[in-house]
Design a protein around this ligand. Sequence first.
Ligand SMILES: CCCCCCCCCCCCCCCC(=O)SCCNC(=O)CCNC(=O)[C@H](O)C(C)(C)COP(=O)(O)O
Ligand SMILES: Nc1ncnc2c1ncn2[C@@H]1O[C@H](COP(=O)(O)O)[C@@H](OP(=O)(O)O)[C@H]1O
Length: 326
Amino acid sequence: MSSTVRNNDELYNRHYNILHTRMKQFSKSIGATSGEVLFLGSFVLNFMLGKLIHVFSSQEAVYNYYNDKRNILNQFFVKKGWAWTTVVIVVFYILILRSKHPKVQSQQEKIRLLRNGLIKYSIMTFWWVLFTQWCFGLPIMDKVFVWTGGKCQKVAEKELLRHFPGALKDKFFSPSSDGESFEASSITSYTCRKLKGAWTGGHDPSGHVFLLVHSSLYLFLETSQFWGSWPSFFGSARNLCGKLRRVPADQSAEPKSKLAQVVDFFHGTPHFIVFLLLSLWWFMLLMTNIYFHSLAEKLVGLLFAYAGALLVYYLPRYLGSSRIST
Ligand SMILES: CCCCCCCCCCCCCCCC(=O)SCCNC(=O)CCNC(=O)[C@H](O)C(C)(C)COP(=O)(O)O
Ligand SMILES: Nc1ncnc2c1ncn2[C@@H]1O[C@H](COP(=O)(O)O)[C@@H](OP(=O)(O)O)[C@H]1O
């Protein structure tokens, strides 16, 4: 080996070690593992990547299928994002309980796992409800919008009468200055969209950024306690691909059906289903970061998502409480 290559190797190793030590120190100071810090940081990276792609791509490359709100991934998955997250976590827990994982052997351990899981799911669901659906009136994201001067404007009288008959119309809406349409500042963004109004004038935190990051953090932090290693994860996936491609040597023997092999794989690798949804959420977050909202609106969505995870997963660690940690 030449001395230049050896010197470079030494330099890389030294830099890697410095980075590794700094990372460990930082993780320890905030009570997180290095993996968690990387995962939490990946959303900031997603942010920066989205911005760079937006700035440096040509118009044709930037505006495509994923920029269309009606695309199937948005309508069928993200818009029902918490429901998908619920399905995945339920399937994950069923697989873990059936897998005889060393952490859940006894009946007592299983009950404790389910109880803690339910508490954390309920709090995370409540936080999602408060931010996106209802918070003693308008959800937090809509409250922020209204408090910063936003309104639902340009609602046509025809639409209004269809959804707000009689006195309800006057309770929520007032005529706009143009004299042709109506406006309101106490209805949700969801209702405004239904009335075909214009949701404008305020700071509108991104519900998509919130939901995608919130769901990802929940799935990651909830399932990482059972994580094995990347080599065994990829090893199982490679093994399955090999089995699916292989023609059985003994044609007379009863081979396992392909479906049975896939089911076996999901049983042996419960994290795979989580990995699939996390990949979709990361990709959709990138699309939101490239195409939608202002930087500040996305940042507020991100901060509210971090806040939920901090409250449920990091605050108990910080306080040294073991009541809801497993
Ligand atoms: C130990 C195991 C723990 C798990 C326990 C599970 C218990 C299961 C109980 C099952 C009850 C069913 C509960 C179903 C929960 C749901 O999620 S129902 C609601 C589904 N709705 C959504 O997912 C909507 C998501 N969309 C949004 O929030 C918004 O559209 C948006 C993405 C924020 C965007 O907002 P816009 O205004 O549209 O821009
Ligand atoms: N990744 C994505 N793909 C498609 N549409 C997206 C998207 N991210 C955000 N949007 C759309 O951008 C608008 C603002 O999203 P949000 O405020 O939730 O961040 C929403 O439009 P609609 O409200 O008309 O559906 C939403 O559907």
